[in-house]
Design a protein around this ligand. Sequence first.
Ligand SMILES: [Zn+2]
Length: 699
Amino acid sequence: HYGFLSDNTSSVHAGVPIKREWEGNQDSTASDMINSPSESNDSNFEEEQEEPKPCQNFFSLDKVLRTRQLVFDFDGERPIPRLREPLDLFTIPSTSCPFQGVRWPIECEVIRDKIQHIEWDPSEPEPFYQPTGDEQAPMPVGGVRGNTVYRIDPATKTSYFTYSRVGGSRGPIKSATSCANHQEEPTLAFESRFESGNLRKAVQVGQYDYELTLRTDLYTTKHTQWFYFRVRNMRVDVTYRFTIINLMKASSLYSAGMRPLLYSEHAAWLKGEGWQRTGANIRYYRNNTEQEGKVLYSLTWTLEFPFDGDTCYLAHCYPYTYSNLQHYLREVISDPVRAAYCKLRVLCRSLAGNAVYVLTVTAPSNSLAERKAKRAVVVTARVHPGETNGSWMMQGFLEFLLSDLPDARLLREIFIFKVIPMLNPDGVVVGNYRCSLTGRDLNRNYRSLLRDSFPCIWYTRNMVRRLLAEREVVVYCDFHGHSRKNNVFMYGCSDRKDASQCLQERVFPLMMSKNATDKFSFRSCKFKIHKSKEGTGRIVMWRLGIRNSYTMESTFGGSTLGDMKGTHFSTRDLKSMGYCFCDTLLDFCDPDPAKTNHCLEELGLLLRQEVRRKLGREVDSLEDLSDIDIESSTSGSNSTESDGLPVHLLNATNQGKKKQLRSRKERNRLRQERVQSTGPKIIQRNIKHLVELTKYAFL
Ligand SMILES: [Zn+2]
């Protein structure tokens, strides 16, 4: 860490215990630095010079030329003309902050209330729920026998995206609440027609018992997982039960102690408290219903609200909306200090016309040579809209990087950062879990040529391609959330044809685990290029030439490591992973190779142990090698089911749904057959590969 990170007095680091357990090499000193931050002066905060000063003894070209579009670099005294970059086209003037309103598909109703939550962290880590074994598993009752108290028009009223509008549909908001309530007890009042909200229906099935149906991702019939809704009209001192009845994943962290989140406006106002873990009698189980031949699962929990007549919110993870991002970016660019080294631009517009922002963060360079020598780092998040934990890591990353800490300054001096904090704003706005308004998973379409359908990732890939043409990109990392494993971990890519590089690509994640021992699990990291993941950002960027290309996955639950074992992650914990990412960049690029060598040695050792373990007993099934060889079922998300053409194009080309379904089934069957028939061969090849690797590990 160049010895700087002991500075815990700064606001960014305050209260964020980042463990350092480097063995040896504690004395790497500031003398290793490329440019000591202590020598930096106010010139760091000047506007980055677009052009170097032309040679003094050359006549002034500016005065001769009648265009300002040509600019000159100088090779000695020889002028080299090039076109001025058209950067200002999309620049957002930092003075007036014209962030436009949030655009919604035209059929979406949006309430006018401004939803805001305070940021807060519990003083003590919140423990996982400990099941008693007595948790009930209520089966769906449905609207016929129950009393439907909330229902929004099915959002898939139109089957594909057509138009968008700021604020959603025109006209008055229809009441979504049933008035057919003649009971003495007041019923709860539900609402989710706000940014990132997701609840389609609430049915009262007992006095304090509610059955909830989530809205699937827009223009799909899948991907229920994220939930976020408002509840009012509650009574204190009674126990309510909520059961979400249309979840689709077979397993869930709710079976491993994860608890839902509750936000009370009264608690925020009276005590300054924010989102807290809530719920008892938590159970995740298969229920007796199906949708399109797929079995459905329920999540049930009970809870007591803290106040009578409060306004409360329940959510799957700490919400982070598009408006939250806009608010933060507005704050950054209106601060002259940060605006000097952080440029905000609109990379492109999403399908609904929402801006996809890109930040360029770097210290102004003193010379062209200095600027050219800078390597780049690309960081992105929220391609999957329901993975709000990714945004909190991104928030931490940006807060650190834009801070005045010596390490942040050093990072800005060494690197040019390209940061896209929200790749899928439309999905975030409408409360999707996985898809964009194409009804498709963007993170399976990084190879797509359909610029107009997938602008957010098309322009991202294009930007990275241009960046690579001018400089080395040291690290690419896309932040995600993971719904089935605890802790934070990374997925990388390794080249089977080039075993000598293989360990190299594991160094960054191993360093992460050393910098966050109680949150980051190196054991959970995988370095595979799976066929079904070929369209992901990670693999496409790797193929473009970024060797250290990763996704960083944070659990929705919490930690199973060290001091944090058995507790949930708070927003502070998630943000600390962003700081940790910055720390690790410095370790990774330390001019003193000691840390890297130390990691390579350790990786070699780990690999040798692994091979011994694998070969030491009979290997007769795929599962035997799942850890390092065959990507296990929990290693990623099974969203291949959202592959294919954008829904609106499918519609235009008359490719009916049925055909799509059949081919998908067919595909799954074929894949299954392939796996079965090639199983032993894969194992053999993998062992051979491992042995190959260990050779390098000894080098
Ligand atoms: Zn994801």
